[in-house]
Design a protein around this ligand. Structure first.
Ligand code: PLP
Ligand code: COI
Length: 354
């Protein structure tokens, strides 16, 4: 039994909705009129509020800024074909948020606060859910440490905030990606499986170096040998080799993606074999050269299913099978879309209808 949260609501006196160009949405640039906020203090969550989106007064000494206790999630709300609003697999994001919290010595958040906070924000800003093709309202829950103390220790106070941003596709073309064999994103015993700010911070320098070489993204490899592919900067990776989907097994160093799990479940329903295991660079390159590797794609909430067109490795560029020939990922992406937008019955129970 989930308790009903008492949420204090202050509505904006000036909605920005009419100023938004919903036909040209860029990812994460504009935020809806409101946000949800809660505070953790004295060992409990309190001050549940919906308030106008805007700056939060904070000390420059808050420990999130200095020592990086900050975690987040990403999920999407959709306007379904029948007019209802649904959030896709939010229960999985809730579980992962608390896994991240535990690893970062942060308090976990009770389900009713996470879910009801999100639901209240979506209901308040329902008019912000875009209705164009491949659009959604992207939700960004974030928790960060707010103690104003420079001692290195876990903070005693935190803020939980949920933002909403109307979104189109994160990528709009097949990607040119570089296999990174010098820098690492995550290591055994580290925090790679947590959705924590520092994982993204450490990826930015290698990412911008790759961008200078003309790449759109990186493929991270294992920290010890740089021989095995792990995931991408903002999505998990899948390959089709000999008609089977092959993807790196999750563990310490890889984010356990909700879209990854969803595509695996859909593939299995379609009778497609999925192998979750170590995937070597040697296998990828040999597969491209022999023609056994027919598809490569990134899967994530923001990325949805994004095709990989070219892979760079050790100064060589490998061009993959043309996107129009990729039957497996195209079919699974379209099945996923049909469920997300309520065009077919949701037999898996993935849509949380508000
Ligand atoms: N890996 C990383 C590093 C990510 O940032 C994301 C995005 O959330 C993913 C994988 C994909 O996870 P999900 O499908 O849960 O969005
Ligand atoms: C998401 O897909 O939700 C992500 O978090 C990726 C992001 C860092 C843009």
């Amino acid at each position: 039994m989930i308790d009903t949260l008492t949420i204090n609501t202050t509505l904006t006196s000036h909605s920005r909705l009419a100023e938004i160009d919903f036909d040209h949405l860029q990812f994460g640039k504009i935020f809806s009129d409101h946000m949800f906020m809660a505070d953790y203090e004295g060992g409990e969550w309190k001050n549940f509020q919906i308030l106008p989106y805007g700056p939060i007064p904070m000390s420059p000494a808050i420990s999130a800024l200095h020592y990086g206790q900050a975690i987040f999630e990403g999920m999407k709300a959709y306007r379904l074909h029948d007019g209802n609003i649904s959030v896709f697999r939010a229960d999985k994001n809730f579980e992962r948020f608390n896994i991240s919290a535990a690893r970062m010595a942060m308090p976990t958040i009770p389900e009713e606060i996470f879910m009801q906070g999100i639901a209240a924000l979506i209901q308040t800003d329902a008019a912000w859910i875009p209705t164009g093709e491949n659009t959604s309202l992207y939700l960004r829950p974030v928790m960060f440490a707010t103690d104003t103390s420079l001692g290195v220790r876990a903070s005693d106070t935190y803020k939980f905030v949920v933002l909403a941003t109307p979104a189109g596709p994160y990528y709009n073309k097949a990607l040119k990606v570089k296999i990174e064999t010098h820098f690492t994103r995550a290591n055994q015993g580290g925090v790679g499986y947590a959705k924590t700010a520092g994982n993204y911070a450490r990826s930015l320098h290698p990412f911008s170096e790759a961008q200078k070489e003309g790449f759109d993204q990186l493929i991270w490899t294992d920290a010890q040998t740089h021989q095995y592919v792990e995931e991408s900067g903002a999505a998990n990776l899948m390959f089709v080799i000999d008609g089977k989907i092959v993807t790196a097994a999750t563990g310490d160093t890889i984010l356990n993606g909700v879209t990854r799990r969803t595509i695996i479940e859909l593939a299995e329903k379609n009778g497609i074999v999925v192998e979750e295991r170590k995937v070597s660079i040697a296998e990828i390159i040999a597969g491209i050269q022999s023609g056994a590797l027919t598809e490569a794609f990134a899967v994530g909430t923001a990325a949805t299913v994004t095709q990989i067109g070219e892979i760079g490795y050790e100064q060589k560029l490998y061009t993959l099978n043309p996107v129009e020939n990729r039957t497996i990922s195209i079919k699974l992406a379209s099945q996923l879309n049909e469920i997300r937008y309520g065009l077919v019955p949701d037999e898996f129970g993935w849509n949380w209808i508000l």
